[in-house]
Write a protein that binds this ligand. Structure first.
Ligand code: SF4
Length: 294
């Protein structure tokens, strides 16, 4: 299987959106048997199907192929080559009909199954944030996209309702070019975090996916140490981390791109987790490593 590059501006079609735009999130909630990551109070807003960042490690494709191929045949395509955006009339209606006050003071994750700030999604993200924030909803924004910079002035008006987070897999640029080929270098995302901090926002990072040592980046210790030092100097409020989650074809894609086998198991997870926790302490950062296999 060859992994092909995506068209970053591609749109495969539209899908009808219905109110409420905010949905329960198993990723962040424990009450319904969910995973319980500290990214919201159990709520998420997803408003696209697909993601043209096409990160080869991403496991969202696996979810879409399991649940959506009957309804949206576009999702049969390779990851990164399809993107369904909201159909504008249904989106406007859903925006108006969502009872935003129900989520007043709740923390909502934006987003878990796509980057919310892909160029094709920016107007939708802006409309959701402007409306939700006005009604007292809190948002944890999670992105790899520098397009978020455009929204910082709006977010700054509601600084007590926003946590601005970026995802970074590595500060090793050689490895980054292979595993995050369609997003900006880590340094640019760190610069964006700094700007968000200057706007008065609370900021965070998810270091993910952490990939075991490999030929391109032999020392994981050095990579994580460098990244955490940079995060400490920016004054990041929270740092989370997790290993590559093996789902569907993602590990095969990565092994093909790296030209070597990737070993993920409980022992590796435990080693990475201890290293992560040690470095959090060393750099006096608040945060948590999310164990998956240990
Ligand atoms: S940006 Fe996030 S959702 Fe999009 S492909 Fe990368 S990991 Fe997946």
């Amino acid at each position: 299987m060859q992994f092909r590059l995506s068209l970053s501006n591609a749109v495969s079609g539209e899908f009808k959106v219905r109110a409420p735009l905010i949905k329960p999130s198993r990723l962040t909630d424990v009450s319904r048997g969910g995973v319980g990551k500290e990214l919201s109070t159990g709520w998420v807003v997803n408003f696209a199907i697909g993601c043209t960042h096409a990160c080869p490690f991403c496991y969202v494709d696996n979810i879409h192929k399991r649940f959506f191929t009957g309804k949206y045949p576009e999702t049969k395509g390779e990851w990164g080559t399809y993107l369904l955006i909201p159909e504008p009339v249904s989106f406007k209606k859903a925006l108006e009909e969502t009872p935003w006050h129900k989520w007043r003071d709740e923390l909502v994750l934006m987003s878990s199954t796509h980057d919310p700030f892909l160029p094709q999604l920016l107007p939708y993200a802006k409309a959701i944030l402007e409306t939700g924030l006005k009604h007292g909803v809190h948002f944890l924004i999670q992105t790899r996209s520098l397009n978020a910079l455009q929204l910082l002035p709006i977010l700054a008006e509601y600084k007590n309702q926003v946590i601005f987070q970026v995802s970074i897999a590595t500060v090793n640029e050689t490895l980054r070019r292979v595993i995050e080929p369609h997003v900006s270098p880590a340094e640019a995302r760190l610069m964006m975090l700094k700007k968000a901090k200057e706007h008065g926002l609370r900021i965070g990072v998810i270091i993910a996916p952490i990939i075991p040592p490999n030929k391109l980046r032999p020392s994981l210790e050095q990579d994580l140490d460098t990244l955490m030092r940079k995060l400490a100097s920016i004054g990041v409020n929270q740092v989370f981390g997790e290993m590559l989650h093996v789902r569907g074809f993602n590990i095969k894609r990565l092994e093909q791109l790296l030209g070597e086998r990737i070993i993920i198991n409980g022992e590796v997870d435990r080693w990475v987790g201890s290293l992560f926790e040690e470095l959090l302490k060393k750099h006096r950062l608040n945060g948590k490593y999310w164990y998956e296999y240990y």
